[in-house]
Design a protein around this ligand. Structure first.
Ligand code: SF4
Ligand code: SF4
Length: 341
């Protein structure tokens, strides 16, 4: 089982403690933020271990290559400071248990990973995914275990991740195209942070999508719509990939008007926060987020993660926004789907 590579000196000499200063769910003065982080580094108790709502964002806020969120999860588990009730935590562990029933299409050099999310199977289809659609993998055997970080069950992540990667290795694939940010974040951030070797090349689906759009450029009819983007928590593990959203939107003629909760300040969909911090905070986050989309003049709410989409679709629809996954938006632009998605 890998162990977290965390450099104490990098935190000790950190001039900013941005990880906690920028946290949207706890307030700190600069000295206090640094002191609290050093308490966590040294294995002492800290209010962060009790109040962090697991939004993942400090993984992006730390520009010095340390992994504050993974460390918070490690320290919570060591001390038994879990984020949710035992019933909820165990429900996630049980729901995602490997069953020995992997679903594998016609896989050769490449696999198209649908993680353990049925909706991704339908999204990864059509002209855009023509080349790789038959190579789909689905099921707990191919599910990245990052969700358990929300519940400070880092031991489950460390136990399952090598098995998931071994399952892909057994297929003999060289590349795994990840349709879920959580998977790409797991193979490129968590695996590295724990010193685990990844036996294939992870490919981010938005890179794949942009390449395909360029290949199909003659078919693209600009959509000429205004949209707000719902950035998922797992994109915080791969912040360098966030720019692809703007590039794809530009390519298909989607205007993303500026808004308060975008980029580093994005708010998560809040459904996991509902489990770990309660209804009041989750409802407040969702309300502020949707109001912000409306104030920006968006007509569509564009999703990246199907879990965010199922959490927020009905709520944004009730406010007059059209919910759509970014892949479906691309399918609309190449004429494979109607405007309403
Ligand atoms: S985790 Fe990163 S941002 Fe936070 S104190 Fe350490 S080095 Fe600084
Ligand atoms: S995961 Fe989110 S809530 Fe927790 S400390 Fe990091 S930024 Fe704050």
């Amino acid at each position: 089982m890998g162990s977290l590579k965390f450099d104490e000196n990098v935190c000790a000499t950190c001039p900013s403690a941005d990880c906690l200063i920028k946290c949207q769910y706890m307030d700190f003065e600069e000295d206090e933020a640094h002191n609290e982080m050093m308490k966590i580094v040294k294995g002492l108790d800290s209010r962060v271990l009790h109040d962090c709502v697991t939004c993942y964002a400090c993984e992006e806020y730390c520009r010095r290559g340390n992994h504050p969120f993974y460390l918070i999860g490690e320290r919570r588990e060591e001390k038994g400071i879990y984020t949710a009730s035992r019933a909820i935590t165990n429900q996630w562990i049980n729901l995602t248990q490997m069953q020995g029933k992997p679903m594998v299409g016609t896989v050769k050099d490449k696999a198209l990973s649908s993680c353990f999310i049925p909706d991704l199977g339908a999204l990864g289809s059509g002209e855009l995914f023509k080349e790789v659609f038959p190579a789909v993998t689905f099921g707990a055997e191919f599910m990245c275990p990052a969700v358990h970080t929300h519940f400070a069950k880092m031991s489950v992540v460390k136990e399952r991740l090598p098995k998931v990667m071994e399952n892909f290795k057994k297929l003999g694939v060289k590349e795994v195209i990840c349709l879920h940010d959580e998977c790409y974040g797991t193979y490129t951030s968590i695996a590295q942070a724990y010193g685990m070797e990844v036996p294939f090349k992870p490919v981010y689906y938005m890179d794949f999508l942009l390449t395909r759009l360029k290949e199909l450029k003659d078919r693209i009819i600009p959509l000429n719509i205004k949209a707000a983007y719902q950035r998922p928590c797992s994109n915080r593990l791969i912040p360098h990939k966030h720019r692809l959203v703007q590039e794809i939107m530009d390519y298909i003629g989607v205007d993303m008007p500026g808004r308060k909760y975008q980029g580093e300040n994005s708010l998560c969909c809040a459904e996991i926060i509902r489990s770990v911090a309660g209804y009041k905070l989750a409802d407040d986050i969702q309300g502020r987020n949707i109001d912000d989309m409306l104030e920006a003049g968006a007509e569509y709410c564009v999703f990246n993660c199907p879990a965010c989409q199922s959490s927020l679709s009905e709520k944004v629809s009730k406010k007059g926004l059209k919910p759509v996954h970014i892949i479906d938006l691309c399918k609309m632009a190449v004429g494979e789907k109607g405007r309403e998605g």
